[in-house]
Design a protein around this ligand. Structure first.
Ligand code: C2E
Ligand code: CA
Ligand code: CA
Length: 636
């Protein structure tokens, strides 16, 4: 009698069992089935030991005792195989609900086999090499095992799209091993190999289907990854469950990254994940950077979430304590999103809707769905405008205090919604295009448009020295930026000197190597640069003011407060200090958003070089801009 096989099998299954239960698990349906399968496989092995022991000592043990261990051995085997099948079936069918008929088809063979186990006959006989059991009790089990394995194979082939290649291969290999074992078992009855088949199959399935490495996130210990989240979402949706998805996203990550680094950020997220897990008793996912997610399946958890505080203090090196900003959103599914793509999209959208300083729970509702729909419409309008290159460019004249004329203009993109024939504000569609990866194309279209305008209309004849063109943060770090811009410049036979490229302060602060490089090579070609929206970011003002920019554009928000009725004088100090600093460092200044004569006079008098704003002119379409230039230059 070969106990060896059973011992090896037992070690394999016990190891898997231990590994499986020591690792954190998601609460998916298939996970639950797999746990039951493992438990039955392991008990089956234990009973197999007992039956072998009984048969070995058949002369000294009473028959009812032998019968009972056999009964448990056979019953656990059939139940284990049944759960194995159910597990693969759940994976294959993606948790679609069963009809009554489908239930019957799956359960009846197991119940019939169990009836045979309970009530069937069994007999034992002795041969020269050992003692064997036989009879309908035993045979029915073999039929059930072969039946369920065949059924599993059919389901895998039928639903092969639900599986990865390696999963199908592992399973087929497992079936092959079972087949070989079956043949060996028939030809060498003395070997008793069923446990080997069971443990081998379990090992293969564990490694390819249930391997915690596939699900665990290694950046934030104790959390699961995006794949795990998607698997669970799919399961809940297909089972038509109602649930909530909670998403906590860190804000102001540029600042966090520069102060505490990625490791510090992950520590904060880990703290948050631990709190969620502890307070709500849920698994936590880390599907993407700066964000953790959990799924709530009860109202009680939702209420608890509302009462949980996530106000963490993070202690950075040197004892600096900072309280990170974050947004927390709750989405009810499938009420507001019924596919994993929609869920991700809605949660991402939520982050754009939640005010920076709001720390309380933001519950997504009908209004957000409506807004999200509008944003999808805008996305399509952008794509259409890219396809037909139908963006328009308006020009806002910029006045020079020294030359007393309009020496430049800012090119501003305009997009019309063909349905409503209304303009969509750039503040709305530019950030969307940045997020969707459409911005580079938009930028190229604008740049080509400006090139064509300059070539066809020669604005230099009216004293215009250059046109300012906005570059988005994404274009700034594009490896190909120089080639793209130079291609247009050459195509329209222009000189790069007629362009001033505006880069926002925020992009400049995060000045990546690539932006520095791009600025250097573009400057070598002859392009000039302006720092846009100065005063809105978190820059080291002095450092920024003297860095590589020919022009500094003071943001409207620095200017307006100085002219308000209830001004307190502080705003004026800030504005004047900025102006002085830039001028002293040798920079030139454009004041943006100048709307009144008072503002215009004040700023020019303080030494601001250029004025842009509604006071002089709104952004104008090409023909009106040309008319404006002609009229002003004629006036002299
Ligand atoms: P920006 O670069 O700061 O552009 C100045 C904005 O201020 C323009 O808004 C302009 O119409 C507006 N403005 C000008 N004078 C006044 C004024 O006196 N009062 C007030 N209240 N506003 C004034 P616009 O055209 O809506 O553009 C908004 C933003 O969209 C721009 O801000 C810029 O960041 C972005 N943008 C516009 N065109 C482009 C483009 O071609 N590419 C990229 N990447 N961004 C663009
Ligand atoms: Ca600008
Ligand atoms: Ca600006």
């Amino acid at each position: 009698m070969l106990f060896g096989v059973q011992i090896v099998s037992c070690i394999i299954i016990a190891t898997i069992l231990l590994h499986y239960f020591l690792n954190k698990k998601m609460d998916t349906f298939s996970n639950k089935i797999f746990s039951i399968y493992l438990a039955f496989s392991f008990s089956n092995l234990l009973f197999e030991f007992m039956t072998l022991w009984d048969l070995y000592h058949i002369d000294t043990i009473v028959k009812p005792a032998i019968d009972v261990t056999h009964l448990f051995f056979l019953a656990t085997l059939v139940v284990a195989i049944f759960f194995f099948f159910l597990y693969l079936d759940a994976k294959a069918r993606g948790q679609r609900r069963y009809s009554a008929m489908q239930y019957a088809l799956r359960f009846i063979p197991m119940i019939v086999a169990l009836c045979f186990v309970l009530f069937g006959d069994i007999a034992y006989y002795t041969e020269s090499d050992g003692v064997y059991s036989y009879g309908p009790k035993t045979y029915s089990i073999y039929i059930a095992v072969v039946g369920y394995l065949t059924f599993s194979a059919i389901q895998i082939i039928r639903y092969r799209k639900s599986f990865r290649r390696q999963e199908i291969l592992a399973f087929m290999l497992g079936i092959g091993v079972w087949g070989i074992i079956a043949v060996l078992q028939i030809t060498h009855r003395v070997w008793l190999l069923s446990s080997l088949g069971l443990s081998f199959m379990t090992l293969l399935v564990y490694l390819s289907f249930e391997n915690p490495r596939e699900y665990n996130d290694y950046e934030i210990e104790g959390t699961f990854n995006q794949y795990a989240l998607d698997t669970f979402l799919n399961e809940l949706l297909q089972r038509k469950k109602c649930f909530y998805v909670v998403d906590i996203t860190l804000r102001n990550t540029v600042f966090l990254k520069s102060t505490i680094g990625t490791a510090g950020i992950n520590e904060i997220l880990k703290d948050m994940a631990d709190t969620l897990e502890r307070e709500l008793e849920v698994s936590v996912y880390h599907p993407k950077r700066y964000c953790i997610t959990a799924i709530l399946q009860t109202e009680k958890q939702k209420t608890k979430l509302m009462n949980t505080s996530f106000d963490f203090m993070h202690e950075a090196e040197g004892g600096i304590r900072l309280s990170p900003q974050y947004s927390i959103a709750l989405l009810s599914c499938p009420e507001f999103a019924d596919s994993k793509e929609d869920i991700h999209a809605m949660l991402e959208f939520a982050v754009t809707q939640i005010p920076e300083e709001q720390k309380s729970l933001y519950i997504l509702g009908d209004e957000d769905i409506e807004k999200k729909k509008q944003s999808s419409v805008i996305e399509k309008v952008i794509q259409q405008a890219i396809d037909d290159r139908s963006f328009q460019v308006y020009y806002q004249p910029i006045y020079s205090g020294k030359d007393k004329q309009f020496v430049s203009a800012e090119a501003l993109v305009r997009l019309k919604d063909p349905e409503t024939d209304k303009f969509i504000p750039p503040d709305i569609f530019i950030p969307m295009a940045e997020k969707n990866g459409q911005i580079s194309e938009v930028g190229n279209i604008v740049f080509e448009n400006v090139c064509r305008f300059i070539r066809d209309n020669k604005p230099e004849q009216y004293g215009v020295k250059y046109i300012e063109v906005n570059l988005s943060g994404i274009q700034c770090v594009d490896q190909n930026l120089k080639n793209i811009l130079m291609e247009y410049v050459e195509k329209y036979k222009l000189s790069p000197e007629v362009f001033n490229l505006e880069i926002t302060e925020t992009a400049a602060v995060n000045m990546e190597e690539r932006l520095r490089y791009n600025m250097r090579v573009l400057r070598e070609c002859g392009f000039k640069f302006a720092m846009d929206d100065f005063g809105t970011g978190y820059s080291n003002l002095a450092k920024m003011a003297k860095s590589d920019f020919e022009l500094i554009k003071l943001d409207r928000s620095l200017i307006v407060p100085c002219f308000e009725k209830d001004k307190d004088g502080e705003a004026e100090v800030v504005l004047n200090s900025c102006i002085d600093m830039v001028l002293r460092l040798g920079g030139e200044i454009v004041a943006e958003g100048v709307e009144t004569e008072e503002q215009n006079e004040y700023l020019l008098q303080r030494g601001v070089n250029y004025i842009q704003g509604y006071y002089h002119s709104r952004p104008l379409p090409e023909d009106q801009y040309l008319a404006f230039l002609k009229e002003r230059s004629a006036r002299g």
